[in-house]
Design a protein around this ligand. Structure first.
Ligand code: AMP
Length: 426
């Protein structure tokens, strides 16, 4: 009881202190009372949903977790966090300066405590809890922000060339175009879309294309690192993604090399000659192999574990032009043509150009949401096309499997009309 009373008195003092600070407008040095274990939970903020939280800040009593100047919340598998770890390792930043802890220490990525640090619920996040903090912010999120903070805060060599335009070009391109779609290499189908890409196949193609773009930015290697003999922020940014790409892209397509030529050379050189990079590689790989591979994470992932192995059909021959068809509509995704054996005055068949396992509708998964939408939108457009013979309405049919009367095992939508059809469905 006595200690609680003391604590309340101290908290009153703290409140008074803050009021004086606000009213006077002076910037007084911040202090935090370490709350007792019993009161800690009550001082934590109530749950904020992700992305509705304001600017990252913490009321977390993180000094209870570590007395270090900063805590980096991160895990070895996090390839964005790995860029910060490369900076820590290269600069020899000590544990009393930055301690790495798992987000599990504050209840996990989706806990209200963690969301206050990083409203996106992603790794990494950094708390600033050193005594002389002039920044007016005590938590920062996002790896580039944290990496740049560490570079300027701990100015010992190497500098990481934070103003080098080539480094910035590569790092920024990485963050703008590779990072948003990296999930296509490991996230389950339920997590679609990947960045701007509605399906895994197009996201993987875009991922490869952006690696080629970065290859172009790199040009000829003139040293061990991307900008020559000095390590830059681009090396810390790009290398962890190359670890992911080298391990995962072959799961989707063995035939193509994982990385373009210069990036392959760069990656192999770093692995052979730089201990910090091979250490970070091992950190990431330990999780990928011991956990992801061991738990068969790829089995359910389209194009990695799941592929279209069913025999081709007559529609492939129409698509390749081997068999002619009376095409009425076509774009990158669908082909629509007149049915060779029409069951109504107007009868159009619409197919996805890429079957992607859709031998029939019962094979549909989240991976197919985009193409299914496209098929139905096209069906609606065709059904109102008077030039194709449609009048006031149409019947849109998908025959599914043997019992449904399906003959061609490549998903297709029938659009029938040109007269009033009877209302029998069976
Ligand atoms: P389903 O019975 O639902 O599998 O429908 C397959 C449809 O494809 C049938 O209506 C066929 O008449 C049509 N079909 C098959 N071969 C061709 C072809 N070469 N050109 C146009 N339509 C075709």
């Amino acid at each position: 009881m006595k200690s609680n009373t003391n604590l309340s008195f101290l908290h009153l003092l703290q409140l008074l202190f803050y009021i004086i600070t606000i009213v006077s407008g002076f910037h007084l040095p911040c202090f935090h009372l370490p709350p007792s274990k019993a009161t800690r939970r009550q001082t934590l903020p109530t749950c904020q949903t992700s992305l509705t939280s304001p600017i990252p800040r913490t009321t977390l009593a993180s000094t209870e977790l570590s007395t270090s100047e900063h805590i980096l919340f991160d895990l070895p598998v996090s390839n964005n966090g790995a860029r910060c770890r490369i900076i820590l390792y290269k600069k020899g930043i000590r544990k009393d300066q930055v301690e790495i802890l798992s987000p599990a220490e504050v209840g996990g990525l989706k806990s209200s405590d963690y969301l206050n640090l990083n409203p996106a619920g992603l790794m990494p996040s950094l708390t600033i809890q050193k005594a002389d903090n002039p920044y007016g912010i005590n938590a920062i999120a996002e790896s580039d922000t944290i990496a740049r903070y560490l570079i300027s805060e701990y100015s010992d060599a190497p500098s990481f060339l934070p103003d080098h335009p080539k480094s910035n070009q590569i790092a920024r391109w990485h963050d703008m175009y590779l990072t948003p779609i990296q999930g296509c290499l490991y996230k389950p189908s339920s997590r679609l879309p990947f960045g701007n890409y509605a399906d895994r196949k197009s996201a993987i193609a875009a991922y490869r294309k952006n690696l080629e773009v970065i290859e172009g930015f790199v040009g000829d290697l003139t040293g061990l690192y991307l900008c020559g003999d000095d390590i830059s922020l681009a090396d810390a940014t790009l290398f962890p993604s190359l670890v992911f790409a080298t391990f995962m892209l072959p799961k989707f397509d063995h035939a193509q090399p994982a990385l373009p030529l210069t990036l392959t050379q760069y990656y192999n050189n770093l692995m052979a000659k730089d201990e910090v990079f091979s250490k970070v590689h091992d950190e990431i790989m330990s999780v990928l192999v011991d956990s992801w591979d061991a738990k068969n994470r790829w089995d359910d992932i389209w194009l990695a574990g799941q592929r279209d192995t069913a025999p081709g059909t007559i529609f492939d021959k129409i698509l390749s032009g081997e068999i002619p068809a009376s095409v009425v509509k076509e774009d990158d995704h669908i082909l629509a043509f007149k049915d060779i054996n029409p069951m109504a005055p107007a009868h159009i068949v619409i197919i996805p150009k890429d079957r992607s396992g859709l031998t029939n509708l019962r094979k549909a998964s989240a991976e197919h949401i985009d193409i299914l939408g496209r098929l139905l939108v096209t069906a609606g457009e065709i059904a109102k096309d008077a030039e194709l013979g449609f009048g006031d309405g149409a019947r849109i049919v998908i025959n599914d499997g043997n019992d449904g009367g399906q003959e061609v095992m490549h998903l297709h939508v029938h659009v029938l009309g040109g007269k009033k059809l009877d209302n029998k469905l069976g």
